[in-house]
Design a protein around this ligand. Structure first.
Ligand SMILES: Cc1cc2nc3c(=O)[nH]c(=O)nc-3n(C[C@H](O)[C@H](O)[C@H](O)COP(=O)(O)O)c2cc1C
Length: 241
């Protein structure tokens, strides 16, 4: 089977399943491999501002299922993974990137190395530094406005920008995870129906972290598929220019 056919098969195999077989455990390696693959997802500036919380123990799963409003996908899941955005980790990631670049420098830094030092040293704080008074957000908007007056310019966005940027990347990781679970022959269901406040405190997450989604995993059942896979027509959502 060609790579293209295999990928099509994985896409068709992945359905949101809401009732998992209680008698079929998911091998730990399936979750481990899928998390390793999720980590390879594209993400903004490679800052990797995410964390993945794998709930395996039966008693803990029960607690988390309650926080997922008792949804059947969560109640019957063999494994649960909570995908979380971690803008609070920006400084650690910045330092990690800077140390990666510095390790490579041998004598005078190259142009590319200087650019990387500038990017992670100066641009990242503009995007991610804690900003309770919205001063940096105002600065970002001003820079984008002035820079974009006469030419295309990156519109960094205001106070909600950090949330948007980190959620985009985290959702891509969740998608890679779910496709990987499908490639391993198991099923999943992404969930946004949860009590974000309680789930956040259950996971002891810091103030700036946000729950992106919970993914329930198991061997799906037929009753777990709630209907045909319907989508609006291709022409309605695709514009070819
Ligand atoms: C971000 C997100 C949140 C979702 N939340 C829930 C949820 O809380 N409960 C649920 O049963 N399904 C949830 N779903 C699953 C969708 O209903 C499902 O993906 C959609 O109906 C398309 O079906 P398919 O995944 O089988 O292709 C969610 C999906 C996404 C992407």
């Amino acid at each position: 089977m060609s790579l293209q056919e295999q990928f099509q098969q994985i896409i068709e195999f992945r359905r949101s399943n809401r009732k998992f077989d209680p008698n079929v455990p998911v091998p730990a390696e399936v979750i481990e491999r899928s998390l390793q693959r999720a980590i390879l997802s594209p993400n903004s500036s490679n800052m990797q501002l995410w964390s993945f919380h794998w709930i395996h123990s039966a008693s803990e799963k029960q607690k988390v299922a309650t926080l997922c409003l008792g949804q059947s996908a969560a109640r019957t899941a063999q494994e649960l993974v909570v995908f979380v955005t971690r803008p609070d980790q920006w400084r650690a990631r910045q330092n990690w990137h800077l140390s990666q670049v510095r390790k490579e420098i041998n004598g005078e830094p190259t142009k590319a190395q200087k650019m990387m030092l500038q990017y992670y040293g100066k641009v990242m704080p503009l995007l991610y530094a804690a900003d309770p008074l919205r001063v940096i957000a105002a600065l970002r908007l001003t820079i984008s406005f002035v820079g974009g007056l006469f030419k295309p310019f990156y519109r960094a966005g205001g106070a909600s920008a950090v949330s948007v940027v980190t959620h985009k990347s985290c959702a891509l990781a969740a998608q890679t995870f779910m496709l990987s679970v499908a490639a391993e022959g198991f099923h999943s269901c992404p969930l946004e129906g949860f009590d974000a406040k309680r789930l956040k405190s259950y996971l002891k997450l810091p103030y700036r972290a946000q729950i992106n989604m919970v993914v329930a995993v198991g061997l799906g059942t037929e009753p777990g598929i709630w209907g045909e896979r319907i989508r609006v027509p291709y022409e309605e959502v695709v514009e070819k220019i």
